[in-house]
Write a protein that binds this ligand. Structure first.
Ligand code: CA
Length: 367
């Protein structure tokens, strides 16, 4: 056995040496005819995003991702990033990349639920998996393959590229003591979470990030969910809200998405295709780490520097959210076969993963 491993290693090493000598040969050739980079075809791409221009963390993440691809490719692939509304309206990014108006798009897959109902399962699910479990499902549980399959007919390839981590339940100007207090509540919340509030007797309003503050301040809405302590603080919601509720049952993670036009991707040389894939993947952990670290700091700021009451949803309220979430998901999967296929894979993976998380992480005292 040892011998085989050794032989295998030697074989790989000799290939690496052969590769190195090819590189040397190329270099010496390019030295006489100018730098090799001049001979490489250059690409100039556009990236549209669902974020306001240079929006903190998530939009900046898209900016950094583009810059990193340009730097690592030594200028071979240059990507100009457009905030929402700069080239096309934020929520038209999907169509723009699908039609090749831009080669790339950055946002979140659940924005496209109207076109592809199954897309919403790739961002987050109420009472679903946390960030690490979600990455495990995408990478090793068949999630990425299903995501690609769902987007195939739109000439798009999706990659996960960024993550908000677990979120908060939201900012409220009414105290929520029981499920009864959800009746008549006007809340800004997208996706499945919004449908859950509607079932609970409230009304869900979808508004873009920039409008939430004013709507909450003027009492147009009673509540709004956004992300978590770090980003919410930057948005200023603590200045106009009385309560900050947890947990973010509706978004136990928030996986962000890089869309790439499939024809444009396939026209790239292999090195640039790989670079896009690797850089996108690196943003999952880079952004998640930033949120996880800064949420701690900003939660303390909210608790210590403001009058906001940080409260937990009661069991009664969480039980209602759970019951209605199951109903909403059931309605989606019974009306759309692809959603059923994705949810079957997701929920099977979650059941197994939860057992492992419980065994490995819940059996010791963390305080
Ligand atoms: Ca959210």
């Amino acid at each position: 056995m040892k011998k085989i491993e050794r032989r295998d290693f030697l074989k790989k090493s000799s290939l690496a040496v052969a590769g190195a000598s090819v590189l040397t040969a190329c270099n010496s050739k390019s030295e006489s005819s100018g730098p090799a980079i001049i001979n490489k075809k250059k690409y100039e791409w556009k990236m549209v995003t669902t974020w306001p221009p240079h929006f903190p963390i998530v939009g900046e993440g898209a900016d950094k991702l583009a810059k990193e691809i340009e730097e690592v490719s030594e200028g071979q692939l240059k990507i100009r990033v457009y905030g929402g509304g700069e080239l096309v309206p934020a929520l038209e990014s999907f169509d723009a990349v699908s039609q090749g108006i831009a080669e790339m798009g950055h946002g979140a897959s659940y924005y496209w639920a109207g076109k592809i109902p199954a897309s919403q399962f790739f961002t987050s699910l109420p009472f679903g998996m946390n960030s690490i479990q979600s990455f495990a499902w995408l990478q090793n549980g068949g999630g990425n393959e299903l995501w690609k399959e769902a987007y195939e007919s739109f000439n798009l390839i999706p990659f996960s590229a960024g993550c908000t981590g677990g979120q908060m339940g939201g900012w409220f100007n009414k105290q929520i003591k029981s499920a009864n207090d959800l009746k008549g509540l006007k809340i800004r919340i997208p996706g499945i979470g919004g449908k859950v509030y509607t079932k609970a007797g409230g009304s869900a309003i979808l508004s873009a990030g920039g409008e939430i503050y004013t709507n909450l301040e003027r009492g147009v809405i009673d509540a709004a969910e956004w992300i978590g302590p770090y980003h919410d603080y930057l948005m200023g919601f603590h200045k106009i809200s009385k309560y900050y509720y947890y947990p973010g049952w509706h978004e136990p993670t928030g996986v962000l998405e890089l869309l790439v036009n499939k024809s444009a991707f396939e026209s790239l040389p292999k090195n640039l295709q790989n670079l896009i894939e690797v850089t996108a993947a690196s943003y999952n952990i880079k952004m998640l780490s930033e949120f996880e670290a800064k949420n701690v700091e900003y939660l303390e700021k909210i608790k210590n520097e403001t009058d906001v009451k940080v409260e937990k949803f009661s069991d009664d309220v969480l039980d209602s959210f759970k019951k209605y979430s199951e109903e909403v998901i059931e309605e989606i999967v019974t009306s759309d076969p692809m959603s059923k296929k994705v949810y079957d894979s997701y929920s099977k993976f979650q059941k197994g993963s939860n057992k492992w998380v419980e065994m490995s992480q819940s059996n010791y005292n963390i305080s």
